[in-house]
Design a protein around this ligand. Structure first.
Ligand code: FAD
Length: 428
């Protein structure tokens, strides 16, 4: 890790598909490159755990491509602030680190969007992606009755994973209706032909599991923990008995670091040009922070950012067609899985919106914006710093719940007070 204390020509924050591609492209182009990630592994959300198992498919190819370069890798290193121009402050098991950069690439992914409904804080109600993370870490699901209710292609991928881990997947409820899904399916041969094979594989592994479009969870019931979930469709309302309810409505771009650096954002995503450069010169952004588009978009944007950061604009330009196609796929997903009004508004006055600080919906109703609500109720001021309730209040009230105040993650006091004395020289 001592290398992380020096200055690098290119620093890539985040080692998911976008970060691996960006770091590989920059390092292959001869730039002294550092790629760091908050977690102990490479591969981000989708390839989590694959590295330890030797990887497979595209995870294996991209991990090998990065390993073939001289890029320096720093794990368990979380960027929390930018104390001076050209310097990042990161926290790692060895303590705080200052890292100097000439060009910065932010590939920090996305988080799940949760929409509150009565009962959503009961033990047994979990995020769809969050449960995937637990399963990848060895969490046992043997014999558990699971209902998946939410929106987006992740419902299929997660269902297949839960079933492979021994779960009894009782139902997959997709809030979007059949007509929109059919139109999305028809666009796949043109926009993302490889997704057709993937979808067929998921369908095969979910054989026998009911998949209901136009259906959503309205409440979860249980005394001390989840016992059942009430679902609604256009035709009926009924209750399914279950041990686990996995819920989530797609993803929200992580924008803490782009905002910290003053990069322009619009419609909930970072704004970049066709070389992935943000509104701040020398800061590139790739993958989910620029818009939700899955692995394909993350990889192509990562490559473009890496080549552009290394000054190889012509090489980056050759990927433009691929990038456009990936963006068209993102737009098709946005249209297909747009939230129906009913699911935005399921929380009752008693439903907790901020589960860190126990703030109910009725406590928020009297405020006109996020700042006033925060000041009076502490909504969004707990350990998750609004990462969960922020998305919910945006959807409920249209409030901009963005924050760009450092530290962007909770840190030890010593990290802010006492960056390693020897690392001060890392600044630009
Ligand atoms: C919980 C979850 C589960 C998902 N499961 C699937 C799935 O099963 N199938 C699928 O197709 N897609 C899945 N996705 C979507 C998937 O993440 C994207 O399709 C794709 O991986 C995006 O790649 P990325 O490189 O942009 O971001 P990510 O893969 O999310 O990588 C971002 C990386 O940045 C790191 N990071 C963030 N902030 C910091 C910081 N301040 N300092 C240091 N490191 C930081 C994170 O630790 C992470 O490793 C999931 C997403 C989430 C959030």
């Amino acid at each position: 890790m001592s290398d992380a204390n020096s200055r690098f020509e290119v620093v890539v924050v985040g080692a998911g598909p976008a970060g691996l591609a960006a770091a590989a492209a920059a390092a292959e182009s001869g730039r002294r490159t550092l790629v760091l990630d908050a977690t102990p592994w490479l591969g981000g959300q989708i390839w989590r755990g694959r590295e330890a198992k030797g990887g497979s498919g595209s995870a294996k190819r991209w991990l090998a491509r990065l390993q073939a370069t001289d890029a320096v890798v720093a794990r368990q290193t979380t960027v929390v602030a930018a104390p001076r121009p050209g310097v990042l402050l990161a926290e790692s098991p060895e303590g705080p680190r200052e890292i100097g950069w000439e060009t910065l690439i932010l590939t920090i992914g996305a988080r799940e969007l949760f929409l509150p409904f009565p009962g959503w804080t009961l033990p047994g109600v979990v995020g769809i992606g969050g449960l995937q993370v637990l399963v990848k870490g060895g969490w046992p699901l043997d014999g558990k009755r699971i209902v998946i209710a939410g929106s987006g292609p992740l419902l299929f991928a997660a269902g297949a994973e839960y079933r492979a881990a021994g779960a009894d997947v009782v139902l997959i409820a997709e809030q979007t209706d059949l007509g929109k899904l059919a139109r999305f399916g028809l666009s796949l041969p043109r926009l993302a032909p490889r997704k057709i094979t993937q979808a067929a594989q998921y369908q095969a592994s979910l054989l026998g599991v009911p998949y209901r479009p136009g259906c959503w969870a309205v409440s979860a019931q249980g005394a001390d923990r989840l016992e059942g979930v009430t679902l609604r469709s256009s035709r009926r309302t009924w209750t399914e008995r279950c041990d686990v309810l996995a819920t989530g409505f797609g993803f929200l771009p992580n924008l803490e670091l782009p905002r910290l650096f003053g990069c322009r954002t619009a419609n909930g995503a970072a704004v970049v040009d066709d070389r992935q450069e943000s509104s701040q010169a020398g800061i590139f952004i790739a993958g989910e922070p620029t818009g939700i588009g899955g692995e394909g978009r993350a990889l192509v944007e990562g490559l473009i950012a890496g080549f552009s950061a290394a000054g190889r604009l012509e090489r980056a330009g050759r990927l433009e067609k691929k990038r456009r196609r990936a963006m068209a796929f993102s737009r098709a997903m946005d249209r297909a899985f747009a939230l129906r009004e009913e699911v935005r508004n399921l929380a009752s006055p008693e439903t907790l919106i901020c589960r860190c600080e126990d703030v109910a919906r009725r406590d928020l109703e009297k405020f006109g914006d996020w700042r006033a609500a925060k000041l009076h109720t502490r909504c969004g001021m707990g350990p998750c710093q609004g990462r969960i309730c922020g998305g919910a209040v945006e959807k409920l009230y249209g409030w901009d719940a963005a924050s760009n105040r450092p530290p962007v993650f909770p840190v030890q006091i010593g990290t802010l007070r006492d960056p390693e004395p020897g690392s001060r020289g890392a600044s630009k």
